[in-house]
Design a protein around this ligand. Structure first.
Ligand code: CP
Length: 318
């Protein structure tokens, strides 16, 4: 399967992976590779988004996504406005819609939204003139995370096609897993998932992945093992008996990792629960690309901002 990059993104927004064609995904990843090169220069800045304003509207906690969007905006010379829900009129009861309409009245070009409710970015994208980027909506989608994961695999392996990717853990509450399953399938990878039955959504097979009860089966012969965080904050009650038991059955340990291919990549979107879903010996081990994922996150977010703002080709140095 040879995927030609699309000439441009068709939509004004990036709210999920589903609306993206393989050619658009290819375009974002190719552009992100060019953006990575900017970070290698002595001066890590280009004027591509000079005069553009980006609002970072984070209504839910974030370290990696929020800071990598901010770094990406600075590297592209955009003006960033950083919104903190607790220090805003949201604390007085103002709705998301009113907040967004008031911010849009200040004429930003792009709005990056993280929100606890699934569909919040889609709602804003329909109403606002600005481009809306989904930085994670509830348990629904996290498209820029899936794109940075794809870039990380592509840089290590040269292609996504045919790669066996095992995604293990709390699939029920994971927007990262949902976006990854959509993207990896679209780009020709083979996706396996595993987790406790209480944390695997019904009908997962219909998304084009093989579902395993036992983690060992899912990771045997895998090219990539992507571990997911147990999201206790999204679980009304514990969906497994004890953390100790979860570790015993579903943690990625050095012993289990031996079942995968010798050069299998270990990934985790962060934040990690060390000693729960992943053993520190693996998280910090030679096969881990967890911090490279974070580095690639800046490049992917630069690419998405640049393309949605109408950029094409390589951004000029000055
Ligand atoms: N991977 C990710 O979304 O991390 P943050 O919640 O820290 O942004």
């Amino acid at each position: 399967m040879t995927v030609k990059p699309a000439p441009r993104l068709r939509g004004k927004d990036l709210v999920g992976i589903d609306p993206l064609s393989p050619g658009e995904i290819q375009l974002i990843l190719d552009t992100a590779e060019k953006m990575r090169a900017i970070a290698e220069r002595p001066i890590k800045k280009v004027p591509a988004l000079r005069g553009k304003t980006v609002v970072n509207l984070f209504m839910e906690a974030s370290t990696r996504t929020r800071f990598s969007f901010e770094v990406a905006e600075k590297r592209l010379s955009a003006d960033s406005l950083n919104f903190s829900a607790s220090a805003s009129s949201v604390s007085k009861g103002e709705t998301l819609l009113d907040t967004a309409l008031n911010l849009e009245a200040m004429q930003p070009d792009l709005i990056v939204l993280r929100h606890q409710y699934a569909g919040a970015p889609h709602q804003l994208a329909r109403i606002l003139k600005s481009s809306v980027i989904n930085a994670g909506d509830g348990a629904h989608e996290h498209p820029t995370q899936a794109l940075l994961d794809a870039l990380t695999i592509r840089l290590k392996r040269g292609t996504l096609e045919g790669q066996i990717v095992a995604i293990v853990g709390d699939l029920q509450h994971s927007r990262v897993a949902r976006s990854n399953v959509l993207l990896l399938n679209r780009m020709g990878a083979k996706v396996r998932v595993a987790g406790p039955p209480s944390l695997i959504p019904l009908g997962m097979e219909t998304m084009g992945c093989e579902v395993y009860r036992r983690m060992e089966e899912a990771i045997t012969g895998a090219d990539v093992v992507m571990m997911l965080r147990i999201q206790l904050e999204r679980q009304g009650r514990m969906n497994f008996p004890t953390v100790r038991e979860y570790y015993d059955f579903f943690a990625l340990t050095p012993e289990r990792l031996k079942l995968a291919k010798k050069d299998c990549l270990v990934m985790h979107p962060g934040p990690m629960n060390r000693g729960v879903e992943i053993d520190s010996r693996v998280a910090d081990g030679p096969q881990s690309v967890i911090l490279e994922q974070v580095t690639n996150g800046v490049a992917v977010r630069m690419a998405v901002l640049y393309l949605l703002a109408g950029g094409h080709g390589e951004p000029a140095a000055d």
